[in-house]
Design a binder for this molecule. Structure first.
Ligand code: MEV
Length: 436
């Protein structure tokens, strides 16, 4: 086996960890200094950033940009985005401007119910469980009052508690299905705390406490929120008369452009290969805003892709329809977001993003994030059905290539001028830089 197993790594000091991992690289001394150099120097902030995670040895920087001029439900937002992918912010900005002149993004529907489960096996007669349930439910809800008190004060709490029979899926399996309103917080910790408390109440209620767990009737398997939040979704839409699609059709008639766009959305609805890439284009916008606002983009990704499969086939999250000389494009996406709690209160830039957005409520943020997703999706499809994505993408990527090649300012200027009308590729740019 290649490599070394570290024992007690987490107990080392930050500097010791950095030193140790630096020795995995060819130039340990240089690596150590480099890792150190990316850490925020301001002592107050340094601690906050380093403590967000564990075994921290450096800080990983990503660009923080603004896609201006989003009109969402009649309000104007200049949307903070964090992404490493060139052209995402530019694409969102141009789609936002285009649709701002055509009424912007309209919020069509919003649902905010979050969900969690307690999974347990029941080894006794099922009638006994069903008979016990109504009384047990009341006991469980009153037991939870002390956990939910402050959430209830903010207008949220548990909105439903039901027993589901899952024996058709897994032997002896039942599930508590718990719905939550977490108001402006994402609520992951709140939900999981409630679920674990419910599990304990279930165990005590059904096993009359303190019995040998090996012989008990009820075996708690696990308690966890679900990232498949099919009732925490937002639908945003753009639409305009086809004749107003000027400026982006690249030599095509507006009608032909609209028809190609509609076809592209149909392909993404029907074909899983295209659906995955189409949805990736949506998530380019969605994740960037989610990261900028300190929300959980892995939760959004997991939920979005599960939702994309809700018909039994993985499909596009956005659709397009031409009707009565109008084109309408809409996106429905599950998003469990928060504007208070979590790192939204801790990370200074997450806080600043929310400030830039006018400190939205969680539902308002859902609409903004979905609009960024639809903007990024529309911009990609617009390119795909006209000039292709490489033209714009590689132009913006040119700067990355210059940086990778260590090009001088003069070489950059010459190459930028030269590649105005040329196909950009790494090899072509390298050759040009080598020759100049
Ligand atoms: C690239 O990050 C995203 C796209 O592939 C999305 C799409 O194809 O719709 C351009």
């Amino acid at each position: 086996m290649k490599g070394i197993i570290y024992k007690g790594f987490s107990r080392l000091s930050e500097a010791e960890k950095r030193k140790l991992v630096s020795h995995l690289c060819e130039e340990p001394g240089v690596t150590e200094l480099e890792l150190n150099s990316y850490i925020v120097k301001d002592p107050a902030r340094r601690e906050m950033f380093m403590d967000l995670s564990e075994n921290t040895v450096s800080a990983y920087h990503l660009p923080y940009g603004i896609a201006p001029n989003f009109v969402v439900n009649g309000n104007i937002y200049h949307v903070p985005m964090v992404t490493e992918e060139s052209s995402v912010v530019a694409a969102c900005a141009s789609a936002a401007r285009f649709w701002a002149e055509r009424g912007g993004f309209a919020l069509k529907e919003i649902k905010t119910t979050k969900l969690g489960h307690v999974y347990f096996q029941w080894f006794a007669d099922d009638k006994a469980l069903f008979d016990a349930w109504p009384k047990l439910k009341a006991t469980l809800l009153s037991r939870l009052k002390y956990v939910t008190a402050s959430m209830v004060q903010r207008g949220g709490g548990i909105t439903s508690l039901e027993l589901a029979d899952d024996r058709h899926k897994t032997d002896k399996l039942f599930r508590l299905v718990v719905e939550f309103d977490t108001v402006n917080s994402m609520g992951a910790n709140f939900i999981n705390t409630c679920l674990e408390e419910l599990a304990q109440g279930l165990d005590e209620g059904l096993n009359n406490a303190a019995k040998n767990p090996e012989n008990s009737d009820c075996r708690i398997v696990m308690s966890i929120l679900s990232n498949y939040v099919e009732n925490c979704t937002v639908t945003v839409e753009v639409s305009c008369p086809i004749r107003n699609l000027h400026g982006i059709t690249v030599g095509m008639s507006q009608l032909m452009f609209a028809q190609k766009v509609e076809l592209a959305y149909q392909i993404a609805w029907n074909d899983v290969y295209r659906a995955a890439t189409h949805n990736k284009g949506i998530m380019n916008g969605v994740d960037s805003v989610i990261i900028a606002t300190g929300n959980d983009w892995r939760a959004a990704e997991a939920g979005a892709h599960a939702f994309a499969s809700r018909t039994g086939q993985y499909r596009a999250l956005s659709q397009c329809e031409i009707k009565d000389d109008n084109i309408r494009i809409w996106l429905t996406i599950p998003l469990a977001l928060g504007t208070i709690g979590g790192i939204t209160n801790l990370h200074p830039l997450a806080k600043k993003s929310l400030d830039i957005l006018g400190n939205p409520t969680a539902p308002e943020l859902m609409a903004i994030v979905a609009s960024a997703g639809l903007a990024s999706n529309f911009a990609a499809v617009q390119s795909l059905v006209t000039v292709g994505i490489q033209k714009g993408h590689m132009k913006l990527h040119l700067v990355n290539i210059f940086n990778a090649l260590g090009a001088t300012p003069k070489q950059r200027q010459l190459a930028t001028d030269f590649f105005q009308g040329q196909k950009v590729s790494f090899a072509a740019v390298k050759q040009f830089i080598d020759e100049h």
